[in-house]
Design a protein around this ligand. Structure first.
Ligand SMILES: Cc1ncc(C[n+]2csc(CCO)c2C)c(N)n1
Length: 232
């Protein structure tokens, strides 16, 4: 299976769960974003849940600051927390505001089961394990959206209903962030597991973290498709 080059570790882990990876990156929700057929209500429902997701996702990257073993790792995690809290979440607030959903409604939104399952799994992986356990669980989020952004940008025009969303993830800025996260992950893996990491006894556990997080991304899209009333 081919895809963008976000480093060796990601390439191995994606290869290690190809059916799940395809189900995640080619999900019906993703197709609907691309061809514009996704109902607006489903998109907004997803965005509200995603705001709550980002709050917990930022907590998980903060745990990365705690678990880091080099200053570079610490800097990468701290910078990611900054982007998430001060930029990425603001984007959700902006889009929702334009649709009449206030920031208060976002804060008050009750978290759906799939959302809880995903972020608590990632936080638990990091709490139980070391930096690599945490990164393996965080990885599908960033690299998956990088792939999806590129994939959808190939066909969606500038006037497509979800062009803004697509361009966020297809943009050179986000693609550079994926490449830099991939390099950080490769460095973290080499530092702890050496030059032949897939032969390490730890690899299967790390692959399992990545695969489970990928399956939780699929569930998150399923939740998005289900739609539902805003904030509920
Ligand atoms: C359910 C869900 N999964 C992945 C992302 C994508 N994402 C979240 S934060 C971030 C950048 C920092 O790593 C990216 C790419 C999302 N928004 N929601």
């Amino acid at each position: 299976m081919t895809g963008p080059n976000y480093g060796q570790t990601f390439a191995h882990m994606r290869e290690g769960c190809t059916p799940s990876w395809q189900a995640y990156t080619r999900h019906a929700f993703v197709q609907g974003l691309g061809d514009g057929t996704l109902p607006r209500a489903a998109f907004l429902h997803y965005l509200v849940q995603d705001y709550v997701y980002l709050v917990n996702y930022a907590r998980a990257w903060s745990l990365g600051v705690v678990k880091a073993e080099t200053l570079d790792e610490m800097k990468h995690c701290a910078a990611t927390v900054d982007v998430l809290v001060n930029q990425e979440m603001a984007l959700h607030v902006q889009v929702c505001a334009a649709e009449g959903i206030s920031e208060q409604q976002l804060f008050d939104a009750s978290e759906e089961i799939e959302n809880i399952a995903y972020t608590r799994y990632v936080l638990d992986a990091g709490m139980q394990g070391d930096f690599l356990d945490l990164m393996a669980a965080l990885a599908p989020c960033i690299f998956g959206y990088g792939e999806i952004g590129l994939q959808l940008a190939q066909t969606a025009g500038a006037d497509a209903p979800y062009a803004d969303w697509i361009n966020t993830y297809a943009s050179p800025g986000f693609q550079t962030a994926c490449t830099s996260a991939g390099a950080m992950l490769d460095g973290a893996v080499t530092r702890r597991l050496g030059d032949d990491p897939t032969s390490s006894p730890r690899w299967s556990v790390l692959q399992d973290r990545f695969t489970t997080a990928t399956q939780l991304e699929i569930k998150f899209w399923d939740m998005g498709l289900r739609g539902g009333s805003l904030g509920a």
